[in-house]
Design a protein around this ligand. Structure first.
Ligand code: ADP
Ligand code: ADP
Length: 235
């Protein structure tokens, strides 16, 4: 079954209908791409899946169980990790420190509080290497990395912390061709690690390169829904 399923989900901001009867599925080992221009409802969709605000009508199921998410904590606890465009990194902190950022405040009694610097650095290095990311200097401030490298660190971090579903908000939006390719490679690596990925993008080319399922949004409504095999690019 699906890790995450939306069925006929709608969301209103006052009188503005930001999403209208949107349905999609996220499966383990697959990438679900959500395409749409500005104002299509992509951010609203992310916020529902990330627990930033609950949907109004329709059904959200996580691992088959109907639910309303009303805080980011709830989404994280259900294994849904979201990597936002602004990435929530602290630019002046070392790369390895950013790798563990966000894990310790919520796990006060957990192992992270006592984790020593060497362990953190080694773990970050090993996890990045496992994803094929080779950063020689993990002590450099993460702000000195390229946008693509920062995205890769964020994706590796979510995989390490055991996310089941990875939601990526326009990960290639600010990147050039080469950097986009690198990031898409790690998106595919996360999928190959068995995660279900939601890739939000306005770039159809990037979507078709890695996607398994495609949902097209137009002014908040579904303008199309396809499986990879359904699409004939020669048409
Ligand atoms: P996208 O991310 O695809 O650009 P959004 O989800 O941001 O689309 O927006 C979808 C629609 O909802 C747009 O018409 C937008 O103006 C509206 N909208 C988004 N956020 C709010 C808000 N906080 N209050 C009122 N309207 C909003
Ligand atoms: P636990 O439930 O083991 O105490 P947390 O409460 O910190 O751990 O995390 C719950 C879920 O949130 C984890 O399954 C993981 O997917 C996710 N998570 C926690 N921290 C991060 C992080 N820094 N980056 C990505 N995902 C995280």
């Amino acid at each position: 079954g699906a890790l995450v399923e939306l069925a006929d989900v709608s969301k209103y901001y006052g009188n503005v209908r930001a999403l209208e009867d949107v349905s999609l599925e996220v499966h383990a080992g697959e990438i679900t791409c959500v395409l749409g221009d500005n104002g299509a409802g992509k951010s609203t969709l992310i916020k529902i899946i990330a627990g930033l605000h609950p949907h109004d009508t329709g059904t959200l199921r996580i691992a088959g169980e109907e639910t309303h998410l009303s805080s980011p904590r709830q989404a994280l606890d259900r294994g849904i990790a979201t990597v936002y465009q602004d990435l929530a990194v602290v630019p002046l902190m070392p790369v390895w420190r950013n790798f563990f950022l966000g894990s310790e405040p919520t796990t006060g009694k957990g192992p992270f509080r006592r984790m020593d610097v060497r362990f953190m650095r080694e773990t970050a290095r090993a996890e990045l290497a496992r994803m094929g990311i080779d950063l020689r200097d993990l002590d450099q401030p993460i702000g000195t990395l390229s946008g693509g490298e920062r995205q890769c660190v964020a994706i590796a971090r979510a995989v390490y912390f055991g996310a089941k579903v990875l939601v990526l908000d326009e990960p290639t939006a600010a990147l050039g061709v080469k950097q986009s390719g690198v990031v898409l490679k790690y998106v595919a690596a996360a999928r190959d690690a068995g995660l279900g990925v939601v890739l939000i993008t306005h770039n159809p080319h990037h979507a078709y390169l890695v996607g398994d399922r495609f949902v097209l949004l137009k002014r908040g409504a579904m303008a199309g829904s396809h499986l990879k095999g359904d699409i004939d690019l020669d048409e």
